[in-house]
Design a protein around this ligand. Structure first.
Ligand code: MRU
Length: 347
């Protein structure tokens, strides 16, 4: 039996490009319903990203690349290229993968010599981005598992598996690799309010991966870490600044503080496509503010007075000094600072 077929997590495919359209699992329906969306225009793809049917930093980058290719297959004009790039790049602000992929496909399209070549060039680049992210996921899993080989119980936040990135994901790929190696006892998953990516998606993935796990409410994490319930915390990232500050799902900063107080490693995993070398520090990262109704409602029901004023930042920034290690496909930065992050920069 080959290692590839026996690995946990190789069967879940969050999206695929087929017959000129992007087919994606609608993540808003999980875990209750496995529903497929067929996205046949750049606007369809952008809308799926905005409503979090497609989500997770590397995955939205891949989807956006295909979105540009889909637009050019219908209308290969330069106007169509510009419109598609604009609608896709502005779908969500925080994850740098989105604008980076759109920029890559835009540049590749402009290198084409004719309209017909333009659509083909866009599709080739979109496919290349997906292939690179899949390879990155494998390498992250290996580097992370080497780093965390001694951690038997790991706490993770939001969703960072195959639903969030090609291959087996980022932080959850490390968890899956540790399970494959037989060293992991259990994973602890936070609910990740307001949209419950942990409760809905990470638990769905951990069940499919056949990994022992427990779900906790976000506010239980600090106390449980203080009592020694986990040996390490691992999370993904949406944008890493050049100085190593990390923007990730809201609640990540609190987990980093709690891990530091509990004296356990706080590890961030993500591909180098999530590092923004043009962004000097975390304070410069645009943090997405989402609809206050996402706070007012949970599980389909209202949880407060209907007109309560709510604040809904989707991400927060963890200072580099609280990050024990940044695991990428190009290796591990530890300590995390401007020098070690610069050393990961692809040629
Ligand atoms: O708002 P979401 O669900 O797209 O947020 C996703 C996260 O915060 C993930 O931790 C991040 O994208 C890591 S990607 C594997």
């Amino acid at each position: 039996m080959s290692t590839t077929t026996s690995r946990r997590g190789d069967s879940l495919l969050a999206l695929r490009f087929e017959a000129g359209a992007l087919r994606a699992i609608d993540q808003t329906a999980l875990p209750w319903e496995e529903r497929e969306l067929i996205l046949a225009s750049a606007e369809d793809v952008a809308e799926a990203i905005r409503r979090l049917s497609i989500r997770g930093a590397p995955l939205i980058g891949v989807a956006a690349g295909y979105g540009v290719a889909i637009a050019l297959a219908r209308d290969p004009s330069l106007k169509s290229l510009e419109l598609a790039c604009e609608v896709l790049a502005s779908a969500r602000p925080t994850a740098v993968n989105l604008s980076r992929s759109v920029q890559r496909v835009h540049t590749a399209s402009l290198r084409a010599h004719s309209d017909a070549d333009r659509a083909a060039a866009a599709l080739t680049e979109a496919r290349l981005i997906e292939t690179e992210e899949e390879a990155a996921s494998d390498a992250i899993a290996r580097h992370g598992a080497r780093l965390l080989g001694g951690a038997r119980r790991i706490l993770t936040h939001c969703n960072t598996g195959a639903l969030a990135a090609p291959g087996r994901g980022t932080a959850l790929a490390v968890v899956a690799e540790l399970a494959d190696r037989g060293t992991l006892e259990r994973a602890l998953a936070t609910e990740s309010r307001p949209l419950l990516q942990g409760a809905r998606l990470t638990v769905y993935e951990l069940s499919k991966l056949d990994i022992e796990h427990e779900l906790i409410v976000d506010s239980a994490a600090a106390g449980l870490l203080a009592k020694g319930a986990a040996d390490a915390v691992i999370v993904g990232c949406d944008r890493v600044a050049a100085n190593g500050d990390v923007a990730n799902k809201v609640g990540t900063y609190g987990l980093a503080l709690a891990a530091s107080a509990a004296d356990i490693p706080f590890v961030v995993a993500g591909p180098t496509s999530t590092i923004d070398y043009d962004c000097p520090a975390g304070a410069e990262i645009a943090i997405e503010e989402r609809d206050p109704d996402e706070v007012r409602f949970a599980g389909g029901g209202i949880v407060t007075l209907p007109h309560t004023s709510c604040r809904n930042p989707a991400f927060d920034v963890t200072p580099a000094k609280l990050v024990t290690a940044l695991v990428t496909e190009r290796g591990v930065a530890s300590p995390v600072d401007a020098c070690t992050v610069a050393a990961l920069r692809p040629g």
